[in-house]
Design a protein around this ligand. Sequence first.
Ligand SMILES: Cc1cc2nc3c(=O)[nH]c(=O)nc-3n(C[C@H](O)[C@H](O)[C@H](O)COP(=O)(O)O)c2cc1C
Length: 222
Amino acid sequence: MQAFDTVRQRLRGLKALEGPFVPVDFSDAGGPPQALFLDWLEAAIAADIAEPHAMTLSTVDADGHPDARVLILKNVDDTGWYFAVSSESPKGRQIDVRPDVALTFYWQKLGRQVRIRGKAKALDEAICHQDFLARSPDARASVLLERQSERLDHPSSVDKAMAASRGRIDQNPDLTSAAWQVYVVVPTRIEFWQGATDRLHKRLLFQRANSNSAWERDLLWP
Ligand SMILES: Cc1cc2nc3c(=O)[nH]c(=O)nc-3n(C[C@H](O)[C@H](O)[C@H](O)COP(=O)(O)O)c2cc1C
């Protein structure tokens, strides 16, 4: 293992927030946060940023311990931000106990970060089934394993279970998983962060007390 100082120096030598970045003018952002998010998402797609729909989902377990992992964003609308996971996975169980979650996006080439806080709401079975059936056969078969994040005794166990799952799908293409759950994060706090090379980052915060209240907008110190 490298000495602590060597690692520290190596990390210090790496660049961050190099830019150049296009300055933002948040005074134009008069609409709902979803509209600004979709503008930024389109800009990330146009900039050819890899997997611009990848986001970190942060959750808290029953003991108050935080957890986080990367997921794919499925949709955004007036209600909120959507994702789908197995309700029997650790994240699914954590959301079941405590629906308070955070989503974080980082679009490196643009120096942009978006942070979203809210409650994850589970959607109806019919929507979950529809979403499940829109997945590729492999993606469906992996959900049907229904053992995500459990301890794996031997890698061959996955291959065998996957072959069995694929067989079930071949026999019944309409097969769904009761564990597949689509959630919408209904936000109460969304922050847009535009990095700057001079470190005078621009930040815009949208906040509301609950999903029925109007959004308040505030600029934040860098
Ligand atoms: C780019 C990327 C996309 C991912 N997308 C998903 C996803 O959409 N759904 C999912 O359950 N896991 C996805 N994962 C895997 C999760 O990060 C995580 O490892 C897995 O869901 C187990 O999480 P858990 O043990 O906290 O339940 C993705 C990982 C990466 C790196």
